[in-house]
Write a protein that binds this ligand. Sequence first.
Ligand code: ATP
Length: 267
Amino acid sequence: MTASPATPLLELENVEVVYHRVATAVQGVSLRVPERSIVALLGTNGAGKTTTLRAVSGFLGGDDARVVAGRIVFRGEVITGRMPHEVARRGLVLVPERDKVFETLTVGENLDAVVPGRRRLVTREQVFHYFPVLAERRRQLAGYLSGGERQMLALASALLCQPELLLVDELSLGLAPAIVETLMALVRRLRDELGTAVLLVEQNAAAALAVADAGYVLEHGRIVYDGSVERLLAHEDIREFYLGVGHRTDRVRYTDVKQYRRRRRWF
Ligand code: ATP
């Protein structure tokens, strides 16, 4: 099926994911990623961000998890429950949170190991243009790379899969703020120059919202807030509990704020 211009690149409609047939990790999640956009999926530990990304990329089976309701649509085609290689072939490429590079291979061998996607837009030269440090280190073992360089190698490998949509899980994890800023700027450049859309899963809301066009906030498996970046940045609760602006930073979740507000109205 061909997508009309109004159709978003990726759309999740009321997606529900259950682990081991009993534990619901994602409950009725709906979100949209328009073409050439960067969309942030924010939330604290265990909110369901990684599970959502796995549901999209097809990597649920190994963890005995299943999409039990809703549907995932890419370019107008339902891809719910597709195998990871089928999803990747369509141009949705995951940069996972863990185990993202082959440590015992060199940087060059990591890039050689990529099975290129259908489109042939991004060349290895282009990848080295965006990540010059990888060209310098192409003969070094990936296991010796710094955390930021590993993320770059993971992004570079994903690019060689010729993505239309990159699914990036916790790019900022464990990295110094300056490195996070560099990586986020690279993500934006990839979108601006190659047109690659990005679904950016992040605990670091400030870093993600600095480059995203829109965002969704996930708590306990549900979307509790969404909107344009301007709208999210202006929202008092999000500023206080996800961006640490303001004084009530002891509470960590948006749902807690809601309860706090409700209680405050009663007294
Ligand atoms: P984090 O940033 O810590 O990775 P997250 O927002 O990505 O958090 P998920 O990893 O998607 O959250 O976890 C959502 C829920 O699913 C949590 O309650 C978690 O305990 C549960 N969960 C995750 N993986 C499994 C698994 N393999 N088996 C059972 N439950 C799981």
